[in-house]
Design a protein around this ligand. Structure first.
Ligand SMILES: C[S@@+](CC[C@H](N)C(=O)[O-])C[C@H]1O[C@@H](n2cnc3c(N)ncnc32)[C@H](O)[C@@H]1O
Length: 309
């Protein structure tokens, strides 16, 4: 069962209140959504999006006893602006994106996300669409696999691992998480406590699900449909995702640039935001101890502001 990460901190930042309208682009098991909707009361609305149909069904059951309107959509958060508009809202009070996979996905061997559980090498959050991880490593060039491992996994042995995968696939398709983990371990060896396939699995998952492109579209779309004063909270677990959020919010923050001839100009990408804090918030030591999966979480929150120059 998925434990919502940084729940109290997220609620404080999003500040849901009676009658509020909130969109959760990563419904999961509705841990955050449930708490948000409870604060919004019977006049509130939650638009929950997940690309995993199992998450939608789980959340429907989890939210059944919570008052308020629930609009649960099987779709991608890259389409958040369209989904919110199609459901009749032009401006909403808050948006949440809690990136990555849920414990329910990670812990189900058949979904193929975990090297610790042998299962089919799938990794699609929406198993009804797109290419599985097994297809991905069967169809891409060695260079492309190395690029993905380097870019999305920051894997120092990217080339060596990509070569080993391509040698192995000449003997036959790599079809299981166990077979991929063993290939990576043989190529990269063990260094420290982390399993040597950790970064490879992270990188493939991000590539197969187009996670960075999805995140960028969700950031743009989410900001678009927020009302001025509305809050946008984003939780990430990988440094590349956090950098993407940090840069996006920084570009929309109003900055003053001095001119050589004197005076200054205000610069920002529209619409403007105000950061709730300059640094990302991280989980407390207690939360990390109780839920090791929360350890690498970072929460960044921005408020849309009505600012024109
Ligand atoms: C970390 S979990 C969210 C957990 C949730 N906050 C909770 O408390 O139960 C991430 C969820 O987002 C979904 N997801 C990831 N990328 C998505 C995307 N681009 N569009 C829609 N859902 C996505 C995954 O399928 C997964 O269920």
């Amino acid at each position: 069962m998925h434990i919502p990460v940084m729940l109290e901190e997220t609620l404080l930042d999003l500040a849901p209140g009676p009658g509020g309208v909130f969109a959760d682009g990563t419904l999961g098991s509705a841990g955050h959504s449930r708490a948000i909707l409870e604060k919004c009361g019977s006049g509130g609305t939650l638009i929950g999006i997940d690309r995993d149909m199992e998450a939608i069904e789980r959340s429907r059951a989890a939210l059944a006893d919570v008052p308020g309107r629930k609009i649960l959509v099987h779709g991608r958060h890259g389409d958040i602006a369209r989904i919110v508009r199609e459901n009749g809202f032009t401006q909403i009070d808050g948006v949440l994106i809690d990136c990555g996979v849920s414990s329910d996905q990670l812990d189900t061997a058949e979904r193929g996300f975990a090297f610790s559980k042998d299962g089919p090498l799938d990794m699609r959050m929406d198993p009804s669409a797109g290419e599985s991880a097994a297809d991905f490593i069967a169809n891409r060039s060695e260079e492309e696999i190395a690029r993905v491992l380097h870019e999305f996994g920051e894997e120092p042995f990217a080339r060596r691992i990509a070569r080993a995968i391509c040698e192995e696939r000449r003997r036959g398709r790599i079809e299981t998480t166990g077979a991929l983990a063993a290939t990576v371990e043989k190529a990269a060896g063990r260094h420290g406590a982390k399993h040597p396939a950790t970064r490879t699995f992270q990188a493939l998952r991000m590539a197969v699900n187009g996670e960075i492109d999805e995140l960028v579209s969700a950031l743009r779309g989410g900001l678009e449909i927020l009302k001025p004063g509305g809050r946008f909270a984003v939780i990430t677990f990988e440094s590349l995702c956090d950098r993407t959020v940090k840069r996006f919010f920084a570009a929309h923050t109003v900055r003053e640039r001095s001119l050589p001839q004197g005076g200054s100009v205000k610069e920002f990408e529209k619409p403007a935001v105000r950061l709730l804090r300059s640094k990302a918030l991280v989980p407390s030591a207690e939360e990390s101890a109780a839920n090791p999966r929360a350890r690498s979480a970072k929460l960044r929150t921005a408020e849309k502001i009505d600012f024109e120059v």
